[in-house]
Design a binder for this molecule. Structure first.
Ligand code: PBG
Length: 323
C-alpha cells in the first residue's frame, strides 16, 4: 500500500510509545479517601469494600505515612460514627472523630494535604446529607450546620473542606464562615456535580449511612443531565470554590471533559466506591487483570480532564506507578 500516514509507526516500541504518550498519571495527583473511627490500633475491614478499612487516628497516621512515602500527598477523611441523632450534632463536635483525627495527623505529617468531608449523613439517624424537617431535606437550615462543621474542621487544622451535600448556596456560606473564623487559607473542594448514583452503595456500607427512607434525588443530580452540571459548577465557582468536583468519575467522563473545556479552575473527579467494587470483584473472579484495570481506569479519568482523582486505589496505583 502507498500510505503517507502510518500511525502505527508511533506505536512500534515502548520507548516510542512513551515519547508520544499524551496522558501521564502520577501519585501526586491522587487523593486517598479514608474512613476514620474512634479507637486505638483499629484497622477494621469493610465488608462492602474489600481491601479498605476503618482506621483509628493512630492507624490513620501509619496509613498516611505509607501513602506519603509512595508519593500520595493528600487524604480525604470520612467519619464513622455511632453517635447519630436527628440534628447530626456529632458532625460539629470539636472533640469528634474527625477533628481529633485531623489534629493527630497534622502533628505527625504537617505537610500532607488533609481534606474532610462536609455532610451530615454519617451523623444522622435518617442518613440524609442534610437536616430533615417535615419530611424534607431542608436546604437553608442544613447550610447553617455545614458551616459550623466546616469551621470546626478548619480549627482542627484541615487544608481543604469538601462539602459533598449538594445543598444550594453552601459553598458561599462556608466561604464566609471560614473567613469570619479567620481561616481564609482553608480551601473548598466542592462536590459541584454530584449525581444521585447507585455507585455509592459500598460507601454507605462503610459508614452505615444509607438513607433510612427514600433516596437523595431532591439534592443530588439526575444522571441524565449534563448542562445542569455546568450550572452547578458555575455557581460553585462564583460562590468561591477553589476546586470543583465531578462525581462519580467513570460513568461521567463526558461531564469531566466538558467542565475541563469550559472552566479554568482545577477539576477533581471521584472514582467512587462502586467503581472500585466493579474492578475488585471482576478481578477476584479472574475476569480482568486488577493492576491493568486500575491504571487504565485512572488514566481515562485523567485523559478526560481531571487534575486530581479521589480513588480507593491511591496506594495501589502509586505502587504500580513506582514500579
Ligand atoms: C455523602 C457521601 C457519599 C459519598 C461521598 N460522600 C455517599 C452519598 O452521597 O450517599 C460517596 C463516595 C463513594 O461512593 O465512594 N455525603
Amino acid at each position: 500500500m502507498d500510505l503517507v500516514h502510518r500511525p502505527r509507526r508511533l506505536r512500534r516500541s515502548e520507548p516510542i510509545r512513551t515519547l508520544v504518550r499524551e496522558t501521564k498519571l502520577s501519585a501526586g495527583e491522587l487523593i486517598a479517601p479514608l474512613f476514620i473511627k474512634e479507637g486505638r490500633g483499629l484497622r477494621e475491614p469493610i465488608d462492602t469494600m474489600p481491601g479498605q478499612f476503618r482506621l483509628s487516628s493512630d492507624e490513620l497516621v501509619r496509613e498516611s505515612e505509607e501513602l506519603w512515602e509512595l508519593g500520595v500527598r493528600a487524604v480525604n477523611l470520612f467519619g464513622y460514627s455511632t453517635k447519630k441523632d436527628d440534628g447530626a450534632s456529632e458532625a460539629y463536635n470539636p472533640e469528634g472523630v474527625i477533628p481529633n483525627a485531623v489534629r493527630t495527623l497534622k502533628k505527625a505529617l504537617p505537610d500532607i494535604c488533609v481534606q474532610t468531608d462536609i455532610a451530615l449523613d454519617p451523623y444522622s439517624i435518617h442518613g440524609h446529607d442534610g437536616l430533615v424537617i417535615e419530611g424534607e431535606v431542608a436546604n437553608d437550615e442544613t447550610v447553617d450546620v455545614l458551616c459550623r462543621m466546616a469551621v470546626v474542621h478548619a480549627e482542627a487544622g484541615v487544608d481543604w473542606v469538601a462539602p459533598s451535600d449538594m445543598m444550594d448556596g453552601r459553598v458561599g456560606a462556608i466561604r464566609d464562615a471560614l473567613d469570619e473564623a479567620s481561616k481564609p487559607h482553608v480551601g473548598i473542594l466542592a462536590y459541584s456535580a454530584k449525581y444521585a448514583s447507585c455507585f455509592y452503595g459500598p460507601f454507605r456500607g462503610a459508614l452505615d449511612s444509607a438513607p433510612r427512607k427514600g433516596d437523595k434525588k431532591t439534592y443530588q443530580m439526575d444522571p441524565a443531565n449534563q448542562r445542569e452540571a455546568m450550572r452547578e459548577i458555575a455557581l460553585d465557582i462564583e460562590e468561591g470554590a477553589d476546586v470543583v468536583m465531578v462525581k462519580p468519575a467513570l460513568p461521567y467522563l463526558d461531564v469531566i471533559a466538558r467542565v475541563r473545556a469550559q472552566f479554568d479552575v482545577p477539576v477533581a473527579a471521584y472514582n467512587v466506591s462502586g467503581e472500585y467494587g466493579m474492578i475488585v470483584a471482576a478481578a477476584e473472579r479472574g475476569w480482568i487483570d486488577r493492576d491493568k484495570a486500575i491504571l487504565e481506569a485512572l488514566t481515562s479519568i485523567k485523559r478526560a480532564g481531571a487534575d486530581m482523582i479521589l480513588t480507593y486505589f491511591a496506594k495501589e496505583a502509586a505502587r504500580l506507578l513506582g514500579e
